[in-house]
Design a protein around this ligand. Structure first.
Ligand code: ADP
Ligand code: MG
Ligand code: MG
Ligand code: MG
Length: 672
């Protein structure tokens, strides 16, 4: 989950003293890097996924399942095995927030060959096998977003008792032993977020009101060492209350990073994918249960956002500003608040809290205003973990202070500058998605996003809508069954004449004259319409298939890609369930379930046994289709809506020469 610096962590009081120092040098480090690397161009497409897993241990005799706190041992063995292996597809392993989590990425990023789409799933499958090979037979790695009874009673193996008096999180539910013990960063972040906020974090998500759920739904925390009655005060009626970072950062997600050919393309892709974040969050929804209760939300997003919210009462607007500098409208873990390309200015319609001194330093240092706004916004935050050995740095060579603030802004998209002393280019990370149960699904969602970036570049697609509407969509995306029951603001015409990176009609002064009419550019659509198209909207799959039609692509890869696109298509149309809906239905059908929203240990055991089986066998008709059997002969025709759409549109959508060409990332040398 970001930068891991070695050394001794400072207390919050000491970290705070160095906050200005870290920000000042962090920005200087960015400026130095920017001037060295902004002109860098012709980088090739590289890309890779990150999949997070939870390690679980089954107790079959007693029908129980717990989170196995074994990541230190597991990671050590995985890394040793990876070093020994000379296999091309070996994985890279990374620690994550919890002592029951591991993160796996491909050992090397994938490149600009279409055939690479055909190795993602095999690589993911091998990663799962690699983890399984160092576990006992009663243990399993699950790519499940949230453990249903996280923080409910004894949920770890071995069991530990929370320490609300003096633990790093002070949680009454989540013992510090469940936080990664291998690096001090994780506990330090936990403690410092709490100390900066001056109280424990407070997470409330609505409970799902089933026929026998008490109304109002309230919990009695009196037997739980509820220090000063904080839980009693903080828990909202009809909500599931949680009280520490682990409830959010202890969830698993699926992320995709790709390298742009230069900074301009990186900024463009960052902007273009931002409106897709809520859509993909809804389509990947996989987490309807928290702390042993069915919730009325389907994704982890509101939980993780509240779980690291280090804003003080002043910053949250609950008290007048006295000690703090800004009112801040969002948690450090939230959706992005501004676009990056000059032509997207009109659409960055949220009042952006910025450190104006930092903004001036950047602009005086030669950075344009859109990029300066982005950074001056990220840098309103304090560093929340700092290591004594790391305070004084060489700003010409090091980037740790920059990375310190950058990597603790956990937003839907991340713009990643080239790391110091590396040959890596400007990269963009797509971060909203939840992990799916199987390698097939995780590969499908990953490939879908990477393909979309190629299509955006090739056809100069434009998805930009006002960023306030993207935020409204985020609020919709985590609701129960949002993927099929809700509608999202989406751009009516994505085949516009020019890409916003080129349209510099707006400057920061002219919002009023230039920005008129943008409210006519979008309307509400279902995910089905966005993905599969309608008479009035081309649909993303049509664009992807048109693009694939223009590519040289071997039959095997074509089959694989069509299966992936079909999964996304069927999730959007509702023909296949989201993981969240599937989990809800498993619970509803369980004989132990009493329609009271309670997820017992027995239900959790059966659910996770089923999850483990599905993740190995990859057959579950309501969630997946039988993709193993698809061959060239049985492959259905590609989903395409082009004719229907083109006939309606006057004039035609794109000039002839605007087909997949030099910017598709799949040229012979893979260079844009
Ligand atoms: P973080 O946790 O900071 O997001 P990770 O290193 O865990 O980063 O994962 C980043 C992903 O980016 C991995 O899938 C990796 O394969 C991929 N990757 C590595 N190098 C590049 C590159 N030059 N361009 C694009 N992606 C890359
Ligand atoms: Mg991670
Ligand atoms: Mg990572
Ligand atoms: Mg990442």
């Amino acid at each position: 989950m970001g930068l891991l610096t070695e050394g001794s962590p400072l207390s919050w009081e000491d970290t705070k003293k160095y906050a200005d120092h870290v920000r000042k040098h962090g920005i200087q480090q960015f400026l130095n890097l920017y001037h060295k690397r902004q002109g860098r161009t012709k980088d090739v497409l590289y890309w890779g996924d990150e999949v997070e897993y939870q390690l679980v241990k089954f107790d079959h005799a007693n029908r129980r399942v717990h989170l196995a706190l074994s990541t230190q041992d597991v990671l050590k063995k995985l890394k040793e095995n990876a070093e020994k292996s000379d296999h091309e597809s070996r994985a890279a392993w990374h620690p994550e927030y919890a002592e029951y989590m591991v993160e796996g990425t491909p050992g090397k990023p994938y490149g600009g060959l279409v055939a690479h789409f055909n190795v993602v799933e095999a690589n993911m499958r091998r990663r799962r096998q690699d983890i399984q090979s160092v576990l006992n037979t009663d243990e399993a790695p699950l790519s499940l977003t949230v453990f249903p009874r996280l923080g409910a009673g004894n949920f770890t193996d071995p069991p530990y008792t929370p320490n609300p008096e003096s633990g790093a999180s002070r949680s009454i539910f989540f013992p510090d032993e469940a936080i990664n013990s291998g690096h001090p960063r994780f506990k330090t972040l936990t403690r410092n977020i709490r100390e900066r906020r001056k109280e424990k974090v407070c997470i409330n998500v609505p409970v799902f009101k089933d026929t026998k759920t008490p109304s109002p739904f309230t919990e009695d925390f009196s037997s739980m060492d509820d220090v000063n009655g904080e839980a009693k005060r903080s828990a909202k009626p009809d909500h599931i209350y949680m009280d520490c970072m682990g409830f959010g950062m202890g969830c698993c997600c699926l992320q995709v990073t790709f390298q742009a050919c230069n900074i301009t393309e990186g900024r463009l892709l960052y902007d273009q994918l931002a409106p897709l974040c809520p859509i993909m969050l809804a389509l990947s929804a996989a987490s309807p249960i928290y702390r042993g209760y069915l919730a009325d939300i389907d994704t982890r997003w509101p939980v993780i956002s509240q779980s690291v919210d280090d804003r003080t009462r002043e910053e949250r607007g609950l008290e007048p500003l006295k000690e703090d500098r800004f009112r801040i409208s969002k948690s450090r873990y939230d959706s992005i608040s501004s676009y990056l390309s000059p032509g997207s200015f009109c659409y960055s319609d949220i009042d952006l809290t910025m450190d104006t001194e930092i903004f001036d330093t950047l602009v005086n240092g030669g950075v344009d205003k859109m990029l300066a706004r982005h950074l001056a916004h990220l840098f309103i935050r304090d560093p929340i973990s700092l290591f004594g050995e790391n305070i004084n740095q060489n700003d010409e060579e090091d980037t740790d202070h920059f990375e310190n603030i950058q990597s603790t802004n956990w937003q839907t998209m991340r713009f990643k500058p080239p790391p110091a002393n590396s040959n890596i280019g400007w990269r963009v990370e797509f971060r909203p998605m939840e992990t799916q149960l199987t390698d097939f699904e995780n590969a499908a969602y990953t490939v879908f996003i990477v393909l979309l970036t190629r299509v955006i570049l090739s056809y100069k697609l434009n998805f930009i809508i006002p960023i306030s509407k993207v935020d409204e969509n985020m609020q919709t995306a985590f609701k129960r069954d949002a993927a099929v029951k809700k509608e999202f603001y989406f751009r009516k015409d994505i085949l516009t004449e020019s890409s916003p990176s080129e349209a510099t009609k707006c400057s920061s002064q002219c919002r009023i004259e230039c920005c008129v009419g943008i409210d006519d550019e979008y309307r509400l659509m279902s995910t089905n319409e966005i993905i599969n198209g309608s008479d009035d909207f081309v649909g993303l799959l049509t664009m992807i298939n048109t693009y694939l039609g223009s590519m040289e692509c071997d039959v095997e890869t074509q089959c694989t890609l069509q299966q992936y696109l079909r999964l996304i298509s069927k999730r959007a149309s509702g023909e296949l369930k989201t993981t969240a809906r599937w989990i809800r239905d498993q619970v509803a059908d369980h004989p132990e379930y009493k329609q009271d929203s309670v997820i017992s240990e027995g239900i959790t055991y059966d659910l996770l046994k089923k999850v483990s089986k599905v993740s190995q066998e990859e057959t579950e008709p309501s969630l997946l289709f039988s993709h193993h059997t698809m061959t060239k002969e049985t492959l259905p025709p590609a989903i395409t809506n082009t004719e229907k759409y083109l006939n309606k549109k006057n004039p035609g959508p794109r000039p002839e020469n605007n087909t997949a060409s030099t910017t598709n990332g799949f040229d012979e040398d893979g260079c844009c």
